[in-house]
Write a protein that binds this ligand. Structure first.
Ligand code: CA
Length: 455
């Protein structure tokens, strides 16, 4: 009986999908927060079971040299959402949670991907962490998202019933309305993701599912801790429990995709917004050097999967690709154009992943923090790292760990990459808003008072 029911359910789902008049593919972008490079099974992790992400990776393409455009949260997401190096518009810092400050956020003259897709007739969902400005003018619903569920700040407690003051305790919102969420936050975002996919199966959609897992605070649930109780180190055990909650949740979202007959009409991206933070939690970026915030590979090379059953052949791809590329790829699928009035840094990666075009989408990738106090350039296998003290040169092909500085042996290559940086940097501007933790003259920095004032 159960089999017949499931068959009928699958049949109805397929019939519904077939009836969809607009056949343009859906785009699902799943972003993890502060996930270590080596903390998923398909990346080589041994102690944290992540079967759902492993299955996604096995059926899709693992991009071994997948990067984000910044080694920490908000600028990385600004690059992803605009398809542009975020230094072009001065978004180089994490904004303070200042709901009354009109500067601290993703500038409103930037055209976000959901806006372009919405204009092209897509339903555009955003779920999870925003972190692109707390002032009401930066709200996701005003930036192209038709459906929003999540929190506006840079992080959040995972137990919504525990209320306190400040950014990590603000109410969640469905669009502009505060809601009283009851679930563990990772589970809640997975629930919302699955519901969105089911709700909009009759039309093309874009969903940005931005978990705050596995960012601090390290809030866990007993049912997840139980499954990793063999991990002795308490910090690692908590991190693992949060990771498997996300893996379960992504499985739930992918199940909804399959059950609603949309699996073969949906391109899925999965990556972390930056490398694992080695100082705060017990994550693992092996074999990469350093972690979140760094110009070394551990800062911005991340677990990166692109999946589209039937359209992309499973395997590995080892040319550098970037989270910046989501924008152009999604626009191509939606049969619409990227903004034409400004330089874009995003490349449609499908022809590359389908092996129709040889080589990679980027000959060079760049990173910059604090107005160039530190920067990095990857050109082919060569990588220049400008730290506060020195300029170093590595060959990633032989030295993924960035241990062997070749600057003295190859000064001409160092100079070439440095010149490329200088040229690229001409298109950038200094940071336009205050650094995290800055004090404001004549303003209160008591976040609870700010929130109260805005109630
Ligand atoms: Ca992050």
């Amino acid at each position: 009986m159960k089999r017949i029911f499931l068959f009928l359910l699958a049949f109805c789902s397929m019939a519904l999908a077939a009836e969809r008049a607009d056949k343009r593919p859906n785009v699902l972008v799943i972003v993890a927060d502060d996930l270590g490079y080596n903390d998923l099974g398909f990346q080589g992790c041994k102690d944290i079971p992540t079967p759902r992400l492993d299955a996604l990776a096995k059926g899709g393409i693992i991009c071994t040299d997948g990067y984000v455009s910044h080694p920490f949260c908000s600028p990385s997401r600004a690059g992803l959402l605009t398809g542009r190096y975020q230094q072009r518009f001065g978004h180089e810092r994490n904004p303070n949670y200042w709901p009354d400050d009109e500067k601290s956020g993703l500038p409103t003259d930037q055209i976000l991907l959901p806006q372009v897709l919405k204009d092209a007739g897509y339903v555009t969902g955003g779920i999870g962490k925003w972190h692109e400005g707390a002032h009401p003018k930066f709200h996701p619903n005003l930036r192209g998202f038709t459906d929003w569920y999540g929190f506006i700040g840079g992080g959040h407690r995972y137990y919504p019933e525990i209320k306190g003051n400040g950014e990590y305790n603000i109410p969640l919102q469905r669009n502009h309305e505060n809601v009283d969420e009851k679930e563990y936050l990772t589970d809640a975002f997975s629930r919302e993701g699955a519901a969105f996919i089911d709700k909009y199966k009759a039309q093309p959609w874009f969903l940005y599912l931005a978990y705050n897992a596995v960012h601090t605070p390290m809030d866990t649930m007993p049912q997840y801790v139980e499954r990793v109780k063999n991990i002795e180190d308490e910090k690692r055990r908590k991190y693992a429990a949060m990771t498997i909650a996300m893996d379960d949740g992504i499985g739930r979202v992918l199940d909804a995709l399959k059950a609603s007959g949309q699996e073969e009409n949906t391109l899925v991206f999965f990556f972390s917004d930056n490398g694992g933070p080695l100082n705060e939690v017990k994550c693992d970026n092996a074999p990469l050097r350093a972690g979140k915030g760094s110009m070394y590979e551990g800062g911005s090379r991340v677990p990166f999967v692109v999946s589209w059953p039937g359209k992309l052949q499973a395997g590995k791809y080892d040319e550098p690709i970037s989270s910046l590329d989501v924008y152009a790829t999604a626009c191509a699928l939606a049969d619409t154009k990227m903004p034409q009035d400004r330089p874009m840094d995003s490349v449609n990666v499908l022809p590359y992943l389908q092996h129709q075009v040889k080589g990679g989408p980027h000959t060079t990738l760049f990173w910059r923090v604090e107005n160039g106090a530190q920067y990095a350039v990857r050109s082919g296998d060569w990588k220049l790292v400008k730290t506060k003290d020195a300029k170093q040169l590595f060959n990633l092909k032989n030295d993924i760990r960035e241990k062997n500085d070749l600057a003295a042996q190859h000064p001409e290559i160092l100079q070439r990459l440095d010149d490329q940086y200088t040229e690229w940097n001409k298109g950038n501007i200094p940071p336009i808003f205050a650094p995290l933790g800055a004090k404001r003259e004549g303003k209160t920095d008591d976040k609870s008072k700010i929130e109260k004032a805005l109630e």
